[in-house]
Design a protein around this ligand. Structure first.
Ligand code: TMP
Length: 209
C-alpha cells in the first residue's frame, strides 16, 4: 500500500504558519509531489460549518468542554473524509493545525487536561502527523502581528490564556522531540522556509524504501 507523508504546522496566533505552509506547498508541488493543503478547524464542508460556530465572537458563552468536543468533531470529519484517504493515495498532506492545537489551547489554555487527548483519540484513530513544524512565538509578539485585523473568539482571549497555550506547545515539544521541529518564528521568512524544506526533504528520503 502507498503511504503519504503527514505534516502539520503549529504555533500561537500570528506565528506565520500560513506563509510557511504556502511556501512549502508550492515548493513540493514544483518538485512534482502530490500535495494536499488543508486546515483546522475546517477542510470539509461539515468542519468549516463547525469552524464558524467555534470562532464566532458572538459565542462567548461556549463551555470549554463544548469547545473541545467541537474541535474534536471537526477533526474527526477531516481525518475520515480527507486526510486518511489522501495518505492512503500516497499524497503529502500539509495541515494548518491538528491535535497539538487542542492540547495547547484546550488542555493547557482552558485547563481541560488529559480529557482532551482521550476525546480526540476516538476521531483520530491513530492518524498522527509524521512531522510537526512548531513556529514558536512570544504571545505578545504574535498578538501585535495580528492586531491589524478582526480577532476571532480564541484570538481575543487574554494574554494569560495565550501564555498557557505557549507552555502547552513547549511541553509537547519536550515530550515528542522526534516528531516536532521547533523553530523561532522571529527569524526571517526565507530562513524558516529553508530549514523547513531541508527537514521535509530528509523525511521524504527516510520514507523511500
Ligand atoms: P487559525 O486562526 O489558525 O485558523 O485557528 C483558529 C483558532 O482556533 C486559533 O486561535 C487556534 C484555535 N484552535 C483551538 O483552540 N483548538 C484547536 O484544536 C484548533 C485546531 C484551533
Amino acid at each position: 500500500m502507498k503511504q503519504g507523508l503527514f505534516i502539520t504546522f503549529e504555533g500561537g496566533d500570528g506565528s506565520g504558519k500560513s506563509t510557511q505552509i504556502n511556501r512549502l506547498g508550492q515548493y513540493l508541488q514544483d518538485a512534482g509531489y502530490h500535495v494536499l493543503l488543508t486546515r483546522e478547524p475546517g477542510g470539509t464542508a461539515i468542519s468549516e460549518q463547525i469552524r464558524g460556530i467555534l470562532l464566532d465572537p458572538e459565542n462567548g458563552e461556549m463551555a470549554p468542554m463544548t469547545e473541545c468536543m467541537l474541535y474534536a468533531a471537526a477533526r474527526s470529519q477531516l481525518v475520515s473524509q480527507v486526510i486518511r484517504p489522501a495518505l492512503e493515495e500516497g499524497t503529502i498532506v500539509i495541515c494548518d493545525r491538528f491535535l497539538d492545537s487542542s492540547i495547547a489551547y484546550q488542555a493547557y489554555g482552558r485547563g481541560l487536561g488529559s480529557a482532551v487527548e482521550e476525546i480526540n483519540g476516538y476521531g483520530i484513530d491513530g492518524c498522527m502527523p509524521d512531522l510537526t513544524i512548531y513556529l514558536r512565538i512570544d504571545p505578545k509578539a504574535g498578538h501585535s502581528r495580528i492586531s491589524g485585523r478582526d480577532q476571532d473568539r480564541i484570538e481575543s482571549e487574554p494574554d494569560a490564556f495565550h501564555e498557557r497555550v505557549l507552555q502547552g506547545y513547549d511541553s509537547l515539544y519536550e515530550k515528542y522531540p522526534e516528531r516536532i521541529l521547533c523553530l523561532d518564528a522571529g527569524q526571517s521568512i526565507e530562513k524558516i522556509a529553508e530549514i523547513i524544506r531541508e527537514e521535509v526533504q530528509e523525511r521524504i528520503r527516510r520514507r523511500q524504501p
